[in-house]
Design a binder for this molecule. Structure first.
Ligand code: CA
Length: 231
């Protein structure tokens, strides 16, 4: 269940029962929640998707929470991170803050306090910059992952959203088929695949046809381009 406009939180926690409880609670409290139980998988997810805040356990399989946090900061990510930790020594707290964590909560913690801390972090960081991409009356809100044309909300699948985001982040520029396959699908996909053409058709059916518009141009044999005026 996805609530439009709700903040996206990633819960990185390998204790399945705790992760499930947090997911259920935070969903009821108005967050869009994803959970992942492995540090490496979390890093992979964070490379491909935007989150507004992260709840991060320190002891994780794959990659530890502190290493994950350091990697995020090294990659330039400013997403707020709340660390959950059973370790509570002063040194551990200092190390967590030094690697770029914004706040921490010792386990066991109060759920109400966790939620209050998350909202406080979100208020502190405010709306993320460059959060809405526009092309004429076509708008893509990257924090809510929603799409609108002429104030009408358009439902996109995650893949359609990613493709439109790629095109809208490069208005007027040619996006080659190879680049789109790498960014939205998988670098292992061969260019003979017609998945891109199929998804461009899906997108046009949603963002163009009902509005009598033509936002996505075909550059034959090369790729596609989004018209900056929205078509
Ligand atoms: Ca753990």
């Amino acid at each position: 269940m996805v609530t439009p406009g709700a903040p996206r939180v990633l819960v990185v926690e390998d204790e399945a029962a705790l992760a499930a409880a947090l997911s259920q609670g935070l969903t009821q409290d108005g967050f869009n929640v994803e959970t992942v139980g492995d540090g490496l998988l979390a890093l992979d997810l964070l490379r491909n998707e935007d989150f507004d805040v992260i709840v991060l356990d320190l002891m994780l399989p794959g990659m530890g929470g502190l290493d994950l946090c350091a990697r995020l900061r090294a990659a330039g990510s400013g997403v707020p991170v709340l660390v959950l930790t059973a370790r509570i020594t002063e040194d551990d707290q200092l190390r967590a803050l030094r690697t770029g964590a914004d706040d921490f909560l010792p386990k066991p913690f109060s759920y109400r306090v966790l939620v209050a801390r998350l909202w406080a972090l979100l208020r502190r960081t405010g709306p993320r910059r460059g959060v809405v991409l526009t092309a004429g009356d076509l708008a893509l809100d990257r924090s809510a992952r929603t799409c609108r044309r002429d104030e009408v909300e358009i439902e996109l699948t995650p893949r359609e959203y990613s493709l439109l985001e790629l095109l809208m982040s490069r208005p007027g520029q040619i996006v080659s088929k190879r680049f789109a396959l790498d960014e939205v699908w998988d670098p292992a996909l061969k260019e003979e695949s017609n998945v891109l053409e199929v998804y461009v058709r899906y997108l046009r059916r949603k963002i163009d046809l009902p509005f009598g518009r033509h936002a996505i141009g075909t550059v034959r044999g090369v790729g596609y381009r989004l018209y900056p005026d929205g078509g």
